[in-house]
Write a protein that binds this ligand. Structure first.
Ligand SMILES: Cc1cc2nc3c(=O)[nH]c(=O)nc-3n(C[C@H](O)[C@H](O)[C@H](O)COP(=O)(O)OP(=O)(O)OC[C@H]3O[C@@H](n4cnc5c(N)ncnc54)[C@H](O)[C@@H]3O)c2cc1C
Length: 496
């Protein structure tokens, strides 16, 4: 019998456990143990249901285009729970000064598909509009430049890539806030190949992103709803799998402290519930599904250079949900749409004084303002998340200033979120439901050269028998990619 350890019970580790269960049912002679440092499985995936609100504390949905989360939901008998985003209300705003300016209709990230809406938008200067108009004319030059690198690994930052096509203003107005929330990073450092592979492919094929996208839309099928979620919350994916894991295969409150490899076996050392006395056991194979920094620490004794190939930085996120019941919601005026993204440099520091007086003097003004990256109008994006007539807002704090906020208590964070959101949404009543979650160092930064480093990492890992690394440090941070790679790793271990 092959004995397997899974270290880390986030979505990646839990997806691997699910696949091992399927393989056992299909007759594979295996046994596995999932080690999770906390009392709860799911990692960043957590749903809280309160007073009729379905509050997602981490991810709120997945990108529909990628099938692997949907497939998993169906396998877990959750098909009737699948719910599509309310794309009729899809509009995103950019928060500038104290106002919300709608992104032009038809934008695919920073690429326009409807000229008239871009040219009439107050979001861009005349110069940026001109840059948009000129981009298709530069197609040959852009394509030649892209093909020049052959199949090599030349990478560049998102800022350079977007800047080459549309100029600096578009990069900072749209690309920066769009990507800050997803990849937690500065676009001057983010790898375009790792985070925008579709646009890199469009450039290689057509040169112009505007022209390439038009071609694709003309030939493509009618697009599906952009996001998908689950009516009872994404936590159902986790609890659905958890209910299938036998007790003997699950170790909660168990932090793995070290991994060794000797005589063809993997030795795992762990502590239980904070007790320092170490336990250990041997396994034939190990799946490491921990965040990048932990993975680097655990594997350094096995390969002293492994940490060099993993993301070196991860950003922290804080989510604050504010639920307003029907009575409270009546006085609120939330614009139609999915929410807004904050254009960072548009928050002038001289507005800080206002906050100081009524907010939380202990929270640095600048830190708080700069850390607010976005707000989702969840009941408009996914109506199932709030009772009829109620409003659910979710503020997202991140970026370099977020660590300064992590130490504050829930009440302070809720107050802070409410005060900052009022700048853009007008007076907000005291919420009937308020909830704050901190996710320290949860989003790894895919820096320029990321894919090349991961390819080198793969070669090193391949030299270590029966070891697989999964999770959001490698090939995507979204749920579908993590589910796909977690399940694939489990199948490879069984087959190997
Ligand atoms: C606020 C936020 C919003 C997001 N929104 C979306 C979204 O809408 N859609 C989307 O697709 N993605 C979203 N993401 C990204 C996605 O949620 C994450 O990338 C994903 O959940 C990470 O899963 P993971 O399994 O790699 O890691 P984690 O969820 O970080 O899980 C790692 C697990 O390992 C455990 N662990 C750590 N150390 C040890 C140890 N020594 N021993 C044992 N166990 C250990 C941890 O306790 C944790 O449970 C969001 C992320 C954040 C932070």
């Amino acid at each position: 019998m092959k004995r397997i350890a899974i270290i880390g019970g986030g979505i990646a580790g839990v997806a691997a456990a699910f696949e091992f269960i399927l393989q056992q049912r299909a007759g594979a002679d295996i046994e596995f143990v999932l080690f999770e440092a906390t009392s709860r499985l799911g990692g960043t995936v957590e749903t809280v249901r309160r007073d009729g609100f379905v509050v997602e504390c981490g991810p709120d949905s997945w990108v529909t285009e990628k099938p692997w989360a949907r497939e998993l939901a169906i396998e877990l008998d959750l098909e009737s729970e699948l719910v599509a985003s309310n794309d009729e209300k899809r509009k995103t705003y950019i928060a500038e000064d104290n106002a919300l300016i709608a992104m032009p209709d038809g934008m695919r990230m920073m690429v326009p598909t409807k000229w008239e809406s871009v040219l009439s938008s107050p979001l861009f200067s005349e110069q940026a509009k001109l840059a948009y108009l000129r981009e298709p004319e530069l197609a040959e030059q852009l394509k030649a430049n892209a093909l020049d690198v052959g199949d090599g690994y030349r990478d560049e930052s998102v800022r350079d890539f977007v800047g080459r096509h549309f100029g600096e203003e578009v990069a900072s107005t749209i690309a920066a806030p769009l990507l800050a929330g997803v990849f937690g990073g500065d676009i001057a450092k983010l790898s375009v190949r790792a985070v925008m592979p579709t646009f890199v492919a469009l450039e290689r094929e057509h040169g112009s992103l505007v022209f390439g996208l038009q071609q694709r839309l003309q030939t493509g099928k009618k697009s599906a709803p952009i996001f998908t979620s689950l009516r009872s919350g994404l936590g159902a994916l986790i609890t659905g799998i958890e209910s299938l894991i036998p007790e003997r295969s699950l170790q909660r409150n168990v932090a793995v402290e070290a991994i060794e490899h000797s005589a063809g076996m993997w030795r795992i050392h762990w502590t239980h519930g904070g007790v320092t006395h170490p336990f250990e056991a041997s396994f034939d194979a190990v799946v490491v599904a921990t965040p990048a920094a932990t993975t680097a620490r655990l594997l350094t004794p096995v390969d002293s250079r492994i940490g060099e190939f993993l993301p070196q930085q991860s950003s922290s996120a804080i989510v604050v949900a504010l639920g307003f019941d029907g009575d409270q919601a009546r006085s609120m005026r939330i614009p139609a749409g999915f929410g807004f993204l904050v254009r960072q440099h548009e928050l002038p520091p001289d507005q800080g004084g206002e906050l100081d007086a009524n907010l939380a003097p202990e929270v640095g003004d600048d830190a708080a303002q700069q850390a607010l990256l976005a707000c989702t109008f969840l009941n408009q994006k996914f109506p199932h998340t709030a009772p009829v007539g109620a409003i659910l807002l979710r503020a997202f704090f991140g970026g370099p200033s977020a660590p300064d906020l992590l130490a504050h208590d829930d009440a302070t964070l809720i107050r802070l979120a409410r005060t900052l959101l009022e700048r853009f949404l007008g007076k907000l009543p005291e919420p009937s439901v308020g909830l704050a979650r901190r996710w320290p160092t949860s989003l790894p930064l895919y820096e320029v050269g990321h894919q090349e480093r991961i390819a080198a990492l793969d070669l090193r890992v391949a030299k270590l028998p029966n070891l697989r690394l999964i999770g959001n440090a490698y090939r995507g941070v979204g749920l579908p990619d993590l589910i796909r790679s977690g399940r694939a790793a489990a199948r490879q271990i069984v087959a190997g």
